[in-house]
Each structure stands twice: as C-alpha cells, then as structure tokens.
Design a protein around this ligand. Structure first.
Ligand code: ZN
Length: 88
C-alpha cells in the first residue's frame, strides 16, 4: 500500500509531471494524472465523455488508484514508473 505522500515525494524527486494510466476507450488519447507544482489534476485529454478536460484531484486519489491494482504486471509497471523497483 502507498499513501499520497509517497507519490508526491516521488514526483518531486523524479520530476514526474504526467502519469498516463490508460487510453480513452473511444479514441485512444492518453488519460491520466497531471502533476504541476505539487498539485494534482486528472486529465481525460479528449472530449469523448462528459468529464472532459481537467479535474482537480488529490495525491490520495493517485495513491488510491495505485492501491486498487491487483494484477502483478500492472503493479510492476507502476513501480517501475515511480522508481519503486523493490518487491512490496
Ligand atoms: Zn476520447
């Protein structure tokens, strides 16, 4: 399990500004979290659903997305992205 602070620190240390978690199921445009100056937003990138554009999120939301993953490949991919190579 990770907490929001883990992501906030990793983003700052590794200069991560964008975490693409999937593509839009309609048009394939990447959807994910945007990190800017310590703030978090969720970008749907396209206009395919009613929640298009940017929405404000928290670091805890990012952690919650991470923590709900159950597939080992997905978790390994996320750990690699965030620089957490160690086994959990
Ligand atoms: Zn789309």
């Amino acid at each position: 399990m990770k907490i929001g602070e883990d992501f906030q620190c990793a983003a700052r240390e590794r200069d991560i500004t964008w975490w693409s978690i999937r593509g839009c199921s309609f048009c394939g445009v990447p959807i994910g979290y945007v990190f800017e100056r310590g703030a978090v937003a969720f970008s749907s990138g396209c206009g395919c659903n009613s929640l298009d554009g940017m929405e404000e999120r928290s670091w805890d939301d990012v952690a919650a997305h991470y923590n709900m993953q159950t597939h080992p490949d997905v978790i390994a991919q996320y750990n690699s992205f965030w620089g957490w190579e160690e086994k959990l």
